[in-house]
Design a protein around this ligand. Structure first.
Ligand code: DQA
Length: 143
């Protein structure tokens, strides 16, 4: 079975509560429950941390276990060379996801340290960006 990890960084534990005009009203747990029903052929693992080093440790732990990673690194996207290095180090394809359109927001969100280490990026399509990233991996590995 295809093993995919969805990794969420800081403040994404507050989805559904946090700035709903930007990030929507749905909690991530609610969203993932639906996602698992839509992709019964995929084992979807989820991990969230507000701590940079914990995210890095989790990415390392994916080596040899996950075939693809969907990563929303939150604000660490714009600051963390260490997470970018982890993406490069693990040798697993990573798709970067942002719920909001980071290019349409503050200038400091326009830089991503991880984008060029990823196979691609999805931004601004809401929570559905996670599903599109999983769909990328099912297309890639199931054909
Ligand atoms: C985010 C965009 C980031 O700029 C922000 O810091 C987040 C969420 C998004 O999913 O749109 O925490 O990654």
């Amino acid at each position: 079975m295809l093993q995919i990890a969805i990794v969420n960084g800081p403040n994404l534990n507050l989805l559904g509560v946090r700035e709903p005009h930007i990030y929507g009203n749905q909690s991530f747990d609610q969203y993932v429950a639906g996602l698992k029903e839509r992709f019964p052929q995929v084992q979807i693992h989820t991990y969230q941390s507000n701590v940079e080093g914990e995210l890095i440790n989790y990415l390392h732990s994916c080596m040899g276990k996950m075939q693809g990673i969907v990563l929303n690194a939150g604000a660490y996207t714009h600051t963390s060379i260490a997470i970018a290095d982890a993406v490069s180090a693990i040798g697993i394809p990573v798709v970067e996801v942002h719920i909001s359109n980071v290019l349409a927001r503050e200038d400091y969100r326009k830089t991503s340290f991880i984008a060029d280490k990823c196979v691609g990026s999805i931004s601004g399509l809401g929570m559905e960006g996670y599903a599109l990233a999983v769909r990328y991996f099912t297309d890639k590995f199931e054909h």
